[in-house]
Design a protein. Structure first.
Length: 333
C-alpha cells in the first residue's frame, strides 16, 4: 500500500496561476507516488467567508479547477471536507489534547490579536472561535486518514507543527494510535511573484486568475508593474516581474532567448507582456474550456465529490473507531 499524501485547499479565492505553480501542479505530480487525498476545506473557509453564494461558488471553482487541470479520479481521492462527518468528531477529541497556549501562539490568530492591541481595541475583538480553533480542525483533517506527508506552502508550517504535537500528545496518553505526519514544504510557493513583484496572493490583489475570460487575463497581464526603461535599453531580466512569470511557462530555450534580449536591449515591456499573455492563453485555453464545461454542470461536480467522500470515509472510519476505543467512548459508525 502506498503512503498517504493529503492536503486541503481552502476555497477563499478564485484560483490563480500562483496556486497552479505552487500547489496544484506539484500536488498532481506527487499523486503518482503516493495515495493522494486532496480535499476542499470548505468548513475552514467558513471562518472568513460568510456569504452562502460565495462559499458555494468558490467551492465549485476549486473543484472544477483541479479537475480541468488533470486530477485523475481513478487515483486521487478528491472530496469536500464538509462531507466527512468523522472529521468533526475527531476534532473534538483532538481539542482535548491541544494546549490552549499552542492556539494562542498560532500565527493567524496572533496577528489578529496584535492588530486589535495596536488599534487600542480589546484583544479578542471580532475574532470568532472557529478562527481560534482552526488548527484543531486542520489536525483532524490530517490525522483522520493516517496521513504520512502533507504538502503545503510555508505559511502552513506552524499548523503542521501543531498537528504533530497534538498527535504525539495523544499517542503518549494512550498508545501509538495516530500516524504522526511530516510536512513537505514547497519552497517555490514563495518565489512566484505577482503583478507587483510581491508573492502572488489574493490578499495583495496581484494575481493572474487561471480561468477568467481572456480579456480579464489580458487586463491583469497589462497591469504587471515594470520600470520605465525604453525598449532599446538593456534590462536585467531577474528584476522584471513579467519575466518572473514568463519563465515558469515558456520552455528553456525560449527563456534563454528572452534573457539575452533583455540583457542586450531591444525588448519593450509592452511586447513582452503580449507574449506572456499569448503564452498563458496557449497554455490554458483547452483547460479553460473544460473548466467552463464543469462549472456549467454542478450536479456532475457534486457527484464526483460525493464519490470521493465515500472513498475517504472508508479510510477514516476505521481510524476513528480506533480513536474512540483508545479513549473509552463508544460512538456509532
Ligand atoms: N489551512 C490550509 C490553508 O489555508 C488549508 C487546510 C485545511 C489544509 N486543512 C488542511 C492543508 C489539511 C493541509 C492539510 O491553506
Amino acid at each position: 500500500m502506498k503512503q498517504i499524501a493529503l492536503t486541503g485547499i481552502k476555497p477563499t479565492g478564485q484560483p490563480h496561476i500562483g496556486n497552479y505553480l505552487g500547489m496544484i501542479k506539484p500536488a498532481l505530480e506527487l499523486a503518482e507516488d503516493y495515495q493522494a487525498l486532496y480535499f476542499i476545506a470548505d468548513y475552514h473557509a467558513l471562518t472568513t467567508v460568510k456569504n452562502k453564494k460565495e462559499l458555494e461558488e468558490l467551492t465549485y471553482q476549486v473543484a472544477a479547477t483541479w479537475l480541468a487541470l488533470g486530477l485523475n479520479l481513478e487515483e486521487v481521492i478528491f472530496y469536500r471536507q464538509s462531507d466527512i462527518p468523522e472529521v468533526f468528531e475527531l476534532s473534538w477529541v483532538l481539542a482535548c489534547f491541544t494546549s490552549k497556549g499552542l492556539l494562542n501562539r498560532a500565527h493567524a490568530y496572533k496577528t489578529l490579536v496584535d492588530e486589535n492591541v495596536a488599534a487600542g481595541r480589546e484583544e479578542d475583538k471580532n475574532i470568532n472561535s472557529g478562527l481560534y480553533t482552526y488548527p484543531i480542525l486542520m489536525a483532524a483533517d490530517i490525522l483522520l486518514f493516517g496521513t504520512h506527508i502533507v504538502p503545503v506552502g510555508f505559511d502552513q508550517k506552524q499548523h503542521l507543527e501543531i498537528t504533530r504535537d497534538v498527535a504525539m500528545t495523544f499517542n503518549k496518553t494512550y498508545r501509538e494510535v495516530l500516524v504522526v505526519p511530516e510536512a513537505v514544504i514547497r519552497k517555490e510557493v514563495m518565489t512566484i511573484s505577482g503583478l507587483d513583484g510581491r508573492k502572488m496572493s489574493k490578499s495583495y490583489n496581484n494575481v493572474i486568475p487561471l480561468f477568467a475570460q481572456s480579456n480579464q487575463v489580458r487586463k491583469q497581464v497589462m497591469r504587471i508593474v515594470t520600470d520605465s526603461k525604453r525598449p532599446e535599453e538593456p534590462k536585467d531580466p531577474d528584476e522584471c516581474n513579467v519575466f518572473a512569470i514568463y519563465r515558469h511557462f515558456a520552455d528553456a530555450d525560449a527563456v534563454e532567448a528572452k534573457r539575452r534580449l533583455y540583457l542586450d536591449g531591444g525588448l519593450g515591456y509592452g511586447d513582452m507582456k503580449n507574449e506572456l499573455y499569448e503564452l498563458l492563453e496557449s497554455t490554458f485555453s483547452k483547460q479553460r474550456e473544460q473548466y467552463n464545461a464543469l462549472m456549467e454542470n454542478r450536479n456532475e461536480l457534486d457527484k464526483v465529490l460525493e464519490q470521493g467522500a465515500e472513498k475517504a470515509r472508508d479510510i477514516a472510519v476505521p481510524i476513528l473507531v480506533k480513536v474512540r476505543k483508545a479513549v473509552g467512548v463508544t460512538g456509532s459508525r
